[in-house]
Design a protein around this ligand. Structure first.
Ligand SMILES: [Cu+2]
Length: 300
C-alpha cells in the first residue's frame, strides 16, 4: 500500500509541471504604437502588423489564412545537433494572401517568428515580427506581397537560428531554398554524427601519422629546428646528477638527522650544502688550472 502511494506521489510530482504549463495569452493586451508596432507590458511584441493595406501589385486579397506555429526546444529533438526549432520548417502561400500567425512559444525563454525581405515601403525594415517570452501565445497579421519569392523566417535571439530555429516561407513557387533549414536543406557547415568515438580517435591518429610522414618543405624544418632544440628534455643531465646525489646522500642524511630538531636539521643542511658548494668550486678551479696549464701564452 505504502509502495503504491509513493508511486502515485511520484507520478503526480513528475506529471504536474507538464499539466501546469499555462500559456499567457497576449492578443488582448497589445497596445498599438503605430506603424504596425504593437507591444504589451508583459513583453509581447508585434512588428509589421498589416491587416488592411494591400502591397503594390496585389489587386485584392487572394486568400485568407491562419496558421499556428509552435516554437521550442522539444521541436529540435529530431534534428541532431540543434537546440531550438519551430514545429514547421516550410510554409507556402499564394501571393497576396492575408496571413494571421498565432505564435506559441513553449520555452521559458524568449523566441521570435521573424520574417525578412518584405517590401520596406509597407513593412518597417522589411520585417514582420512576433516576439514573446514563453510559455505564451501572440498573434499578428500581414498581407503577403505578389510574385514568387522565398522569405527567411527565423528567431533572431543570439544563436537561436544557428541552433535550428530557422524556416522558409514560399510565396507562390518561391525562388529557391535557403541553406541550413533543419530537416529540409543541407547545413552550410556539415556535421558528421555517424562517426563514433573510436572512429574519431583512429581518424585523428592516421592524420597525425600522415602529417609526420609527409615531406615537409625545407625552410620550415630549418626554422623549426632551433625551437625544438631549446625545448628542455624531461630528464635533463642536471636533473639526473641531482637525483643521483640525492639517492646517494639519503641513507647518510637519514642517519645524521635522527634525533635533531627541525631548526637543527635546517642549520645542518645548510652547512652540508655550503661544504658541497665549496667542494664543487674547488674542483672546478683545479680543473681550470689543469686545462690552462699548458696553454699559457708565450712570453708569460
Ligand atoms: Cu529564439
Amino acid at each position: 500500500m505504502i509502495k503504491l502511494l509513493s508511486v502515485s506521489a511520484l507520478v503526480l510530482l513528475f506529471s504536474n509541471p507538464a499539466l501546469a504549463i499555462d500559456y499567457q495569452e497576449h492578443d488582448g493586451m497589445l497596445m498599438d504604437h503605430g506603424d504596425g508596432h504593437l507591444m504589451d507590458m508583459a513583453g509581447g511584441m508585434v512588428m509589421g502588423q498589416n491587416a488592411n493595406t494591400l502591397p503594390g501589385g496585389c489587386d485584392s486579397i487572394s486568400d485568407t489564412r491562419e496558421i499556428t506555429v509552435h516554437a521550442g526546444h522539444q521541436y529540435a529533438e529530431k534534428f541532431p545537433g540543434r537546440m531550438f526549432a519551430f514545429d514547421t520548417q516550410e510554409f507556402n502561400f499564394k501571393p497576396c494572401t492575408k496571413l494571421t500567425v498565432h505564435f506559441v512559444n513553449e520555452d521559458k525563454i524568449r523566441h521570435q517568428w521573424m520574417m525578412h525581405g518584405l517590401p520596406k515601403y509597407l513593412y518597417p525594415k522589411g520585417m514582420f515580427h512576433l516576439e514573446i517570452t514563453g510559455p505564451a501565445k501572440i498573434s499578428g497579421t500581414l498581407i503577403l506581397p505578389p510574385g514568387d519569392k522565398t522569405y527567411l523566417v527565423h528567431c533572431d535571439i543570439a544563436q537561436h537560428m544557428e541552433k535550428g530555429m530557422k524556416a522558409q516561407l514560399k510565396v507562390g513557387k518561391g525562388d529557391g531554398d535557403l541553406p541550413s533549414i533543419p530537416g529540409l536543406t543541407a547545413n552550410t557547415f556539415a556535421d558528421d554524427y555517424n562517426i563514433k568515438l573510436p572512429g574519431l580517435i583512429s581518424l585523428a591518429e592516421s592524420e597525425e601519422k600522415a602529417a609526420a610522414e609527409a615531406p615537409v618543405a625545407q625552410p620550415v624544418v630549418k626554422a623549426a629546428a632551433p625551437v625544438a632544440a631549446e625545448e628542455p628534455a624531461f630528464f635533463s643531465g642536471i636533473t639526473i646528477i641531482g637525483l643521483a646525489i640525492g639517492l646517494l646522500m639519503a641513507p647518510f642524511l637519514a642517519k645524521k638527522y635522527q634525533g635533531m630538531s627541525a631548526s637543527e636539521a635546517i642549520a645542518y643542511s645548510f652547512e652540508v650544502l655550503r661544504a658541497g658548494i665549496d667542494a664543487i668550486v674547488g674542483l672546478f678551479s683545479s680543473l681550470i688550472k689543469l686545462v690552462y696549464k699548458d696553454k699559457t701564452l708565450p712570453g708569460n
